[in-house]
Structures are given as C-alpha cells and as structure tokens.
Design a protein around this ligand. Structure first.
Ligand SMILES: CC(C)(COP(=O)(O)OP(=O)(O)OC[C@H]1O[C@@H](n2cnc3c(N)ncnc32)[C@H](O)[C@@H]1OP(=O)(O)O)[C@@H](O)C(=O)NCCC(=O)NCCS
Length: 171
C-alpha cells in the first residue's frame, strides 16, 4: 500500500525531528567517505539553516506526523562563494533573484524509493515558481546516482561539469 505522505513547509517545532534526520545523513556520509572525519553540522542547522530569519527554505515530508525527509534550498545570487558564506536577505518585495538553488535532500533509509524525495522536489518547485524565480538548479556529484535520478525524473536539464552536474529547470 502506498505511504500516506504529507509535504509541507518546515515549522520551528519540527527542529528536533529534522536534527535527527541530519544525524542519520551525517552517519551515512561517514560510512561513504572513509579516511575523513565529517564535522557535525548540527549547530549550523540549529543556528543558521533552520533559523526562520535566514534565507533558507525547507520543506519536510511527514509520515504519521513524523518527519522522514527534508529538502532545503535558497534564493541564489549565482556567486557560489557569496551564496555559501552569507545569508542574503531581501529588504524589499521587489528583490527576487532569477535562480533558486536546491542545497540538500535527505530521506530516511526505510522510507526511500517510494517517491518521497520526488514529492518534496515538486512542492519546492511550486513554491519557487510562486515566488517569481525563473529557474531552479542543483549541483550534484556524479557518484550520487539516486539524487541525479530524482532530479532527472523531474525533467531538469543536465550539464556536465566534470566531477558533477549542474541540473536546471526553467520555470
Ligand atoms: C537521494 C534521496 C533523497 C532520494 O530519496 P527517495 O525518496 O528515495 O527518492 P524517490 O523515491 O522520490 O525517487 C525518485 C526517482 O529516483 C529513482 N531513485 C531513487 N533512489 C534510487 C536509487 N538508489 N537508485 C536508482 N534510482 C533511484 C526512483 O526510482 C524514482 O525514479 P522514477 O520517478 O523514474 O520512478 C535519498 O536516497 C537520500 O536521502 N540519499 C542520501 C542523502 C543524499 O545523498 N542526498 C542528496 C545529496 S545532498
């Protein structure tokens, strides 16, 4: 039977549940990249990425009221160094940069391959379109086949950048 999945915008009361998912993601990364130590991003999620006063926009997937996945992105200036280091915030409603960047998607292992990530992406795309952005893009490492599949299945156009792809969907 198909899972009953609800997708909605992140609320501050989801914080602890999303942080549990972040821990799962980090332990998965540690298994994938042996020979390195992944410094936890929990504090950054708490203070920066999931802080509603910052630029990040997060959607969560809920099954039985439990967060089982999330997708986070932000309006992009198109300059990766500035985008990565600073939270650029609009001070007028007229400011809508053309691009919206999809930063990270995660679905808890037992819930994978059931279309949850795809649903999260569809929801954020609807939101981005409504905000007036012209395109959504993601940069994905070539080893990340599942994420490439998800994005490709949503008809993003793929550009080869060597070790990774830039995937773009014009809105
Ligand atoms: C990438 C990830 C978010 C996908 O989540 P998911 O909910 O399992 O994906 P979906 O079920 O929505 O899959 C959508 C499409 O991708 C395909 N797909 C998903 N996982 C796949 C896999 N492991 N191998 C091949 N195809 C896969 C599905 O078949 C589906 O294709 P379709 O629409 O043509 O049927 C999940 O695997 C994950 O959290 N991975 C670890 C974290 C990560 O790498 N995040 C992204 C980089 S930051």
């Amino acid at each position: 039977m198909a899972l009953d999945v609800k997708i909605r915008e992140y609320h501050p009361e989801d914080l602890e549940q999303v942080l549990e998912l972040v821990k799962e993601l980090e332990s998965e990364l540690e298994k994938k990249f042996t020979d390195v130590k992944i410094k936890s991003g929990i504090n950054d999620y708490r203070n920066r990425y999931l802080n509603p006063e910052n630029k990040y926009k997060t959607f969560v997937a809920l099954v039985d009221n439990k967060a089982v996945g999330y997708l986070m992105g932000y309006p992009s200036l198109g300059a990766p160094e500035v985008d990565n280091m600073y939270d650029i915030l609009p001070i007028s409603s007229k400011w809508t940069p053309p691009e919206f960047f999809l930063q990270i998607a995660f679905v808890s292992k037992p819930y994978r391959n059931q279309g949850i990530s795809k649903k999260l992406h569809k929801e954020i795309i609807k939101y981005v379109k409504k905000q007036g952005h012209k395109e959504v893009y993601a940069c994905i490492a070539k080893w990340n086949i599942p994420e490439i599949k998800v994005i490709r299945s949503l008809k993003f156009k793929l550009k080869d950048l060597g070790y990774r792809y830039r995937l773009t969907l014009k809105l």
